[in-house]
Design a protein around this ligand. Sequence first.
Ligand code: NAP
Length: 257
Amino acid sequence: MGVLDGKVAIVTGASRGIGAAIARRFAAEGATVAVTARTVDPARTRLPGTINETVAHIEAAGGRARAYAADLSDPAARVSLVRAVTDDLGPADVLVNNAAVTYFTPVADFTDRRYALMLEVQVTAPFHLTRLVLPEMRARGRGWILNISSLASRHPALERNHLPGGTVYGMCKAALERFTTGLAAEVHGDGIAVNSLAPNRVVPTPGTLFHGLTTEDDPNAEPPEVMADAALALCGGTDLSGRVALSQDLLTELAER
Ligand code: NAP
């Protein structure tokens, strides 16, 4: 028996990195996973990872998953995604808002287009997808929504900006965390858990490697599987809600219970 047996989970940004690790972990616990992101064709991306590869990995391990190509910067694609998943697999029990596009650029140099895209993918899409799955969750009296955040939401010191160019990224994640706690309070009593989760340390992924934030062999990095374990702890069986959690801290806390 898996924690997520019989459950349908939508995991965004699951073509690579943390999203792919969460999708694999959830499938191993019995969920049927809707693996979504934009990349289908490996020849058309600079970064490794496609939704079909994540699905193939899950199926090879005996799990169930289906790929859904969607550009989450497009509101119509978000509606189509949830409609297709509901038609194919049933209503979502779990939604993991993990997808992100990030530019590390000082405020003075940010372009309007990039600013709008980051806010759309990192804040508006999670808000919209949540609103799309919420009615079914409410009707069935159960659901888990997990927003993937970052320590970048925390305020930098004047003298030592810990993440140069990370102001807009921090804005997005701060908004996501406040959305998390606000929604958790709104749906408290409806059987729906809403949490956010960030890694304690940088996780080597195609995204962070591309940005030069870490290396494959960084001894201080956190493996993606730690985030996957922590994500599982916040989805499927937990009564925790309204948490703005850090992966390793959460796992330590739960192990000590
Ligand atoms: P990543 O390797 O850059 O992967 C990002 C994912 O988002 C990809 O699957 C990408 O897929 C998807 N995505 C980007 N734009 C999209 C769009 N317009 N529509 C649909 N999907 C889109 O990132 P990661 O490092 O795994 O990070 C995952 C999450 O963890 C993010 O929310 C990030 O902010 C957070 N986080 C990561 C770290 C870390 O150290 N890695 C630390 C703190 C927080 P396609 O390109 O195929 O669309």
